[in-house]
Write a protein that binds this ligand. Structure first.
Ligand code: GLY
Length: 373
């Protein structure tokens, strides 16, 4: 039994199934998409030992032929080298235009395989089976695919929507608490950007959700996916509203770059800090009451999450250098940086009208331990 969120994109519409035990039942969801009984699976070295056997057992049971390629786990796999390896594997396995390939993994595998699927034979269909909370609520939905460049993250890519997403809530039990909470950063983002009721719900249910409450996890993934689906349907290629999904991300990308894209800062941790800073900046700009950033920070702290730059281990560049890194964000348009600011919890909006001094002061205070908010 699963809950279904439909991403209503006309001829390219697809379902996101959310529930327990979906890996064991994967073949029944995948079969309707197959024109011949064979799939190619790409996964990574962390996910394969945990989940590949469940998927292949389900495919075997339904007599669906399968082959798989296991890539190294980690952000550096989102590269030309592994894109090349993935595309070559598809070609060696004679993947045809009407075939389906499967991404079994977190955001790295989903983005890489989605991009490989987008360019192979000018586009083959792919199915996302996201195994991290971050991938279930964000990266597996909406069709952003790509790899990183030495100049920055996700700079090479394409919009290519999946044909199906299977979000098996049981796989979240295999995540470390740190990885789970990093994904939770993206969940909180949805409440903050457009759904105050959901944020209230997270304040009440977040701790249970982190402890493993399955019903709460299903609810959180469903609401997040529904919000993302609604936004993507309105603005697939980010000409407007979709930018709201980048709440906290301009701060986050600068912090990730400053931390050398290392495990000193996971992406979702950077998003959580970025959301706290975006709300702080919004309050200092007089856009929202100080109560809003205080609530954001209080909830993240209750969840045991990072809220400030000073929470990141090790040395980081100073606030001026961080501001420069923010200027390299790919959302710079005509030399002006676009920010997602907020009028209240659940009321985010896009603006380029943000004083650099305010951003600098927020960065400075967040960098100094003991800064008063
Ligand atoms: N992760 C932001 C987006 O999908 O637009």
């Amino acid at each position: 039994m699963s809950i279904c969120v439909n991403v209503g994109m006309g001829a390219r519409a697809y379902d996101i199934h959310i529930g327990q035990g979906l890996l064991d039942e994967a073949a029944q969801y995948i079969s309707p998409f197959l024109e011949r009984s064979k799939v190619v699976i790409i996964t990574d070295s962390n996910v394969a030992p945990l989940h590949l056997a469940s998927l292949t057992a389900s495919l075997d049971f339904s007599s669906i032929e399968h082959v798989s390629l296991t890539l190294p786990a980690g952000e550096s796999t989102k590269s030309w080298f592994f894109l090349n390896q993935t595309v070559n594997f598809f070609l060696e396995e004679k993947v045809e235009r009407r075939d389906v390939v499967i991404a079994l993994g977190g955001g790295v595998i989903g983005d890489l395989v989605g991009f490989a699927a987008a360019i192979l034979r000018r586009g083959v269909r792919f199915i996302q089976i996201p195994t991290s909370l971050l991938a279930q609520v964000d990266s597996s939905v909406g069709g952003k695919t790509g790899i990183n460049a030495p100049q920055g993250k996700n700079l090479i890519g394409a919009f290519h929507q999946p044909s199906l997403v299977l979000a098996d809530i049981d796989v979240l039990n295999t995540l470390t608490p740190r990885d789970f909470l990093a994904g939770y950063g993206e969940v909180v983002k949805y409440g903050l950007l457009g759904n105050a009721v959901f944020f209230n719900w997270l304040e009440l249910n977040g701790p249970a959700l982190a402890r493993g409450d399955t019903a709460a996890r299903i609810e959180a993934v469903q609401v997040s996916c529904q919000m993302k689906a609604d936004i993507v349907v309105r603005d697939e290629t980010e000409q407007g509203d979709r930018a709201l999904l980048n709440l906290g991300h301009t701060f986050c990308h600068a912090l990730e770059a400053a931390a050398g894209y290392s495990d000193r800062l996971l992406h979702g941790e950077g998003v959580a800090i970025g959301c706290a800073l975006a709300f702080e900046a919004s309050a200092r700009l007089g856009l929202c009451a100080q109560e809003a950033p205080s609530r954001v920070r209080a909830h993240l702290k209750t969840m045991g999450m990072k809220t400030d730059i000073s929470d990141i281990d090790g040395e980081l560049p100073n606030a001026v250098s961080l501001l420069e890194l923010m200027g390299q964000d790919k959302k710079v348009i005509g030399g002006k940086l676009n920010f997602i600011m907020a009028r209240d919890i659940g009321q985010a909006f896009v603006t380029s009208d943000v004083s650099t001094e305010v951003i600098l002061s927020v960065l400075q205070d967040s960098t100094c331990p003991g800064a008063a908010y």
